[in-house]
Design a protein around this ligand. Structure first.
Ligand SMILES: NC(=O)c1ccc[n+]([C@@H]2O[C@H](COP(=O)([O-])OP(=O)(O)OC[C@H]3O[C@@H](n4cnc5c(N)ncnc54)[C@H](O)[C@@H]3O)[C@@H](O)[C@H]2O)c1
Length: 273
C-alpha cells in the first residue's frame, strides 16, 4: 500500500456508505485517515469492511447531516483524529427518495450545516468539496429567484421554498443549484484560512442512487441517450476528480464548480428549444 506524508491528516466523507463516498474513500484513504459518516448504518458498516480489507484506516459515525448535534459530534471526532485535510460532502437524496421539502433540507440545508461546522477546522491545504449535480445547471429555477437560495440556515428558509420545491425533481435541482451558489459564496471565508472550497456537478453516475432513481425518472433515460460520451459515468470518475481537487496540484482551484457529466448538460438544457 502506497503511503505518503499526509498520514495523520483526516479525510471526512459524508454519505460515506454511498456509491461515490466509498469510491472517494478508497482514493483518499491511501494518504489520509478516513472518517466516514452516513445515516445508513448497514451501508456504512459495509463500506468500512471494504476499506479495512484494503488496509486503510477508517472510523465511522452514523447520523443525519441535518441534525446539528450530530454534525457537531462529527467535528469533535475529526479533531480527535488529527487535522482536517479533506472534507467531502456526498450525503444527499435523489428526487424519488423523499418529499420535496426533505430533499431540500438534506441537500442544501445539510450542506450549509456541514460547511459552517467544519470551517473552523480548515487550515492551510484543507479542501472542502461538496457534491452538487448537473441538475443544478438546468432550469426550472431562474436567475431572478436565485437570491431565495442564498441563506439556507435562515429561519423559514424551507417554508419560503415550499411551493417551488413541492415536487421531488424540482426540489432536487433547486437544492443542487443552491449548493453551487452557497459554496461559491463561501470562498472568501475558506481563503481567509488559506483553504479551498469547491463543488462538483456530476451527470449520470452509476451508483445505488441511480439504480433506485433510473426506473422512476424517464428523463434519465433521455439524458443518458443524449450524453456525448455514450456511457454512464462511474463513481471512480468522480473519485479521480476529487483526488485531483484535493491535491496540492489544484492549489489555485477554488470557489467554482466542475461539471463532470460526459458533456450532456448543455444539450439537456437546450432540449425542446
Ligand atoms: N449518482 C448520480 O448520478 C449523481 C449525479 C449527480 C449528483 N449526485 C450526488 O452525489 C452525491 C452522492 O450520490 P451517490 O450517487 O453516491 O448516492 P448514494 O445514494 O449511493 O449515496 C448517498 C449516501 O448519502 C446517505 N445519506 C442520505 N441522506 C443522508 C443524511 N441526511 N445524512 C447522512 N447521510 C445521508 C445515504 O445513506 C447514502 O449512503 C449525492 O449528493 C447526489 O445527489 C449523484
Amino acid at each position: 500500500m502506497e503511503r505518503s506524508a499526509d498520514k495523520g491528516q483526516v479525510a471526512v466523507i459524508t454519505g460515506g456508505g454511498g456509491g461515490m463516498g466509498r469510491a472517494i474513500a478508497r482514493r483518499l484513504g491511501k494518504r489520509q485517515v478516513l472518517l466516514l459518516a452516513d445515516s445508513d448504518r448497514d451501508k456504512l458498516d459495509a463500506a468500512a469492511l471494504d476499506l479495512v480489507a484494503l488496509g486503510l484506516e477508517v472510523e465511522t459515525l452514523v447520523g443525519d447531516v441535518t441534525d446539528p448535534p450530530f454534525v457537531a459530534n462529527l467535528v469533535r471526532v475529526t479533531e480527535s483524529l488529527g487535522s482536517l485535510r479533506t472534507l467531502v460532502h456526498a450525503a444527499g437524496l435523489s428526487p424519488s427518495m423523499a418529499p420535496g421539502r426533505r430533499i431540500l433540507e438534506v441537500n442544501l440545508v445539510g450542506t450549509a450545516l456541514v460547511e459552517r461546522a467544519f470551517l473552523p477546522l480548515a487550515i492551510k491545504r484543507t479542501v472542502g468539496i461538496f457534491i452538487a449535480s448537473q441538475a443544478g445547471h438546468v432550469p426550472p429555477f431562474g436567475d431572478s429567484r436565485d437570491a431565495l437560495l442564498d441563506n439556507p440556515l435562515q429561519p423559514g428558509f424551507l417554508d419560503a421554498l415550499a411551493s417551488e420545491a413541492a415536487q421531488g425533481a424540482d426540489a432536487y435541482s433547486i437544492s443542487k443549484r443552491g449548493v453551487i451558489r452557497y459554496c461559491a459564496r463561501r470562498t472568501m471565508d475558506w481563503a481567509a484560512r488559506s483553504a479551498r472550497i469547491m463543488t462538483i456537478s456530476p451527470g449520470m453516475i452509476r451508483t445505488p442512487m441511480t439504480e433506485f432513481e433510473f426506473p422512476r425518472q424517464p428523463l434519465m433515460k433521455a439524458m443518458l441517450d443524449l450524453t456525448p460520451m455514450k456511457r454512464w459515468g462511474s463513481a471512480e470518475d468522480i473519485a479521480a476528480l476529487v483526488d485531483y481537487i484535493a491535491s496540492d496540484e489544484a492549489s489555485f482551484l477554488t470557489g467554482t464548480d466542475i461539471l463532470i457529466d460526459g458533456g450532456v448538460t448543455p444539450l439537456f438544457a437546450a432540449r425542446g428549444r
